[in-house]
Design a protein around this ligand. Structure first.
Ligand code: NAD
Length: 481
């Protein structure tokens, strides 16, 4: 893999300051390779290129844009094995998850290719006969995309596919921890005939890149996927420049398990869902509220399934749980585990660095019982392989507890009662609700958080509209007939 991973105006280039970043394999803790690591100066050049390319790209017919996006989807599918292997090396995630993520990323390009053909406006009956009012939606301009490492391809693809489909040009800054997956996405579009300048990729000092994106008027919107902390920094900056923002931020998803469920099969599903990507998922089911009548049975089953989870290197097909992304993230999780114990929660299994996996950033999957509402495991975004189990007695009580959070991204509930599912769906204050399922989000549906979890949406028809401006065209002085 090349080290010059910045892509500006159709050329693969090093950072202007010749800076390099040590890319580390989270499974071994070893350096995989060095990649270019620049700063705002590189972003400035990328914005120049994207700004120049915008007019022509925004006038390419949507069917021609769609063709390029479809080709990129095909290219990804043709290279899925190699792309997945690289993703595993830089993110640590297990093989099946890496392949699944690339498959979903390809689907995003196909879906937005078709959605670009449905950028419908509307004709409004005016209140005067000499007037015609039409609404059209036009591409915003240059879009800055900044994303997190937890889904190195998916986080990028959902914003990138939509922005390109809408007719925008892009300056991309994927996560410095997973730059190779970003490169594969760019390559897929380059090989599919995307004109030079339409997509540009930078890697480097994020604060200065973000600052340049905010300060340049050509950048009409920043699509940001990452922490609530950085999202707020961007909001501060955007208040100066009025740059639009799409913010996909942190989460703290509650799971409500009523007494009307199949306890054994749900416990198995809960363990699988919670430990996907080592718990590093913004919509990860995190706080498990279990009805008191089934609390003991459910807890015992969860502990048993958790003990059976196979930890290991992502490339081993038997691995179910890989490492955390880096040492800082592992320390964050270990710190929460210590805090939870100090608060009196009972650690039933896991929670330590495994003795046979000392290299890399592994933590044994942990289960806590007797977790108190209001304690750290119910409040913080854990982003790691920890299951806190909390007992509840009434639906009203647990809906209140579930909503008692600054976050509002995803929530899950399990019940065979139709009335309960209606009540839960309507009263949980989150942007994405899964009733009797662990994967409520999808390419075709809107993905977005309430409260501190974000603003705006990616995916779905809302995802295309995120990259369009609305314009009213009113034609007056039309003679009476
Ligand atoms: P992060 O906020 O530290 O970093 C995200 C991105 O922002 C990275 O590319 C980083 O380089 C960049 N960045 C950091 N400081 C910046 C600055 N000052 N200006 C501009 N860019 C800056 O987040 P992370 O640790 O990489 O990711 C984990 C977080 O992302 C979690 O909170 C998770 O919930 C969230 N996330 C949300 C979604 C969603 O769709 N809502 C999806 C994935 C991850």
């Amino acid at each position: 893999m090349k080290s010059a991973i910045q892509y500006i105006n159709g050329n693969w280039v090093s950072a202007l300051n010749n800076g390099l970043w040590d890319l580390i394999d989270p499974g071994t803790g070893e350096i995989i390779q060095q990649v270019s690591y620049g700063n705002g100066a590189d972003a400035g050049l990328a914005i120049d290129a994207a700004g120049k390319a915008f007019y022509a790209w925004s006038h390419v017919n949507c069917y021609a844009r769609a063709e390029i996006l479809h080709k990129a989807a095909t290219y990804i599918r043709e290279h899925i094995e190699a792309f997945a292997a690289d993703m595993i090396r830089e993110s640590g995630k297990p093989l099946l998850e890496a392949k699944g993520e690339w498959a979903v990323s390809a689907n995003l390009f196909d879906w937005f290719a078709e959605e670009s053909k449905r950028n419908y406006g509307r004709v409004i009956p005016a209140n005067r006969n000499d007037k015609r009012m039409t609404v059209i939606h036009q591409p915003l301009g240059v879009i800055g995309i900044i994303t997190a490492w937890n889904f190195p391809a998916y986080n990028v693809a959902r914003a990138l596919a939509a922005a390109l489909a809408a007719g925008c040009t892009v300056v991309l800054k994927g996560s410095e921890f997973t730059p190779i997956s970003t490169v594969h996405l760019v390559e897929s579009l380059e090989r599919s005939g995307l004109p030079a300048g339409v997509l540009n990729n930078v890697n480097g000092d994020s604060a200065s890149i973000g600052e340049v994106m905010l300060n340049r008027p050509e950048v009409r919107k920043i699509s940001f996927t990452g922490s609530t902390r950085v999202g707020k920094l961007l909001m501060d900056g955007a208040s100066r420049t009025n740059t639009r923002l799409n913010l996909e931020l942190g989460g703290n998803a509650p799971v409500i398990i009523t007494e009307h469920v199949d306890v054994q099969s749900l416990a198995k599903g809960a363990v699988l869902a919670r430990f996907r990507n080592c718990g590093q998922v913004c919509v990860a089911p995190q706080r498990f509220y279990v009805h008191e009548s089934i609390y003991t049975e459910f807890s015992e089953a969860v502990i048993e399934h958790t003990k059976a989870v196979k930890l290991g290197i992502g490339s081993d097909p038997a691995t179910q749980l890989g490492p955390l992304i880096n040492a800082r993230q592992r320390e964050h999780v270990l710190h929460l585990i210590r805090q939870a114990r100090d608060e009196g929660a009972e650690l039933k299994t896991g929670g330590a660095i495994p003795s046979d996996l000392q290299h890399g950033f592994f933590v044994e999957p942990a289960v806590f019982t007797n977790v108190r509402q209001g304690s750290v495991l119910t409040k913080a975004e854990i982003f790691g392989p920890v299951i806190p189990l909390i007992s509840f007695s009434t639906l009203e009580q647990v809906i209140g507890w579930a909503n008692e959070t600054e976050y509002g991204l995803a929530a899950y509930a399990f019940t065979s009662s139709l009335n309960e599912s209606v009540q839960l769906g309507e009263e949980l204050q989150f942007g994405i609700i899964g009733i009797n399922e662990w994967a409520p989000h999808g390419t075709e549906g809107p993905f977005g958080g309430w409260k501190q979890s974000g603003q705006g949406h990616e995916s779905g028809m809302e995802g295309l509209h995120a990259y369009l401006e609305t314009k009213l065209i009113s034609i007056g002085s039309i003679p009476a007939r």
